[in-house]
Design a protein around this ligand. Structure first.
Ligand code: VGL
Ligand code: ZN
Length: 210
């Protein structure tokens, strides 16, 4: 239950990529993705501070399988910064698929952080792009504002939630993943791997908070 969370002034809810393309009928639909919307709305009402992320790719982004002849979505290829999973075209800047889910109702959200806008680099994490070196500026933003503990909800558990959680720890924040308000893609065992990696990094995984 939300009330059990009892968030304080140094806590924030980070709502990850709750966008049309990750929900039913979207280009990269996460199974059950829509189910997080009502949960996230309910959670958000308990938090003074809410931030949203928005996956925001230019047309022809390098993470799109369509840009790599001979490859298909969910293949993994090597890009200059390392291994990269290829995706269907999704969350193209200005498209309907890139919009936040229309039933997301969080008027008091304070920041919408867009990521993945560099053509040559993907960005799962809200903190660092997939080269693991280019910061988005979020860590500095949170530190300047005195926000210290992140509660994560949204899509997808094993990609953007997972990498945001790990980087949050790496940047010295307390991180809690609200698992019931997340849904995963689970490509080739990725969900299980993500949960193990998050626990190993000191991320608290709460199964029942939403
Ligand atoms: C995501 C794959 C590609 C996510 C974004 O939000 O988890 N996954 N782009
Ligand atoms: Zn993406």
């Amino acid at each position: 239950m939300t009330s059990r969370l009892n968030p304080g002034v140094q806590d924030l809810l980070l709502v990850v990529d709750v966008q049309n393309d990750f929900c039913a009928g979207g280009a990269l639909a996460v199974p059950g993705g829509d189910e997080v919307v009502a949960k996230v709305n309910r959670l958000a009402s308990a938090f003074a501070h809410v931030l949203l992320t928005q996956d925001w790719h230019p047309p022809g982004h390098s993470s799109f399988a369509s840009q790599h002849p001979g490859h298909r979505p969910f293949d993994t290829i090597q890009l200059p910064y390392g291994a990269q999973t290829l995706w269907p075209d999704h969350c193209v800047q200005g498209s309907r698929g890139a919009e936040l889910h229309p039933e997301l109702a969080i008027a008091h959200a304070e920041l919408i952080l867009r990521k993945g806008y560099r053509p040559e680099v993907d960005s799962y994490s809200a903190f660092y792009e997939n080269d693991r070196r280019t910061p988005t500026g979020l860590a500095g933003y949170l530190r300047e504002r005195g926000l210290r503990r992140l509660f994560l909800a949204g899509l997808a558990t094993d990609y953007c939630v997972h990498y945001s959680a790990l980087d949050g720890r790496r940047e010295g924040f307390e991180v809690v993943v609200l698992l019931d308000a997340c849904r995963g893609l689970d490509t080739q065992g990725s969900l299980d791997k993500a949960l193990r990696a998050m626990r190993a990094a000191g991320v608290e995984i709460r199964a029942d908070a939403a």
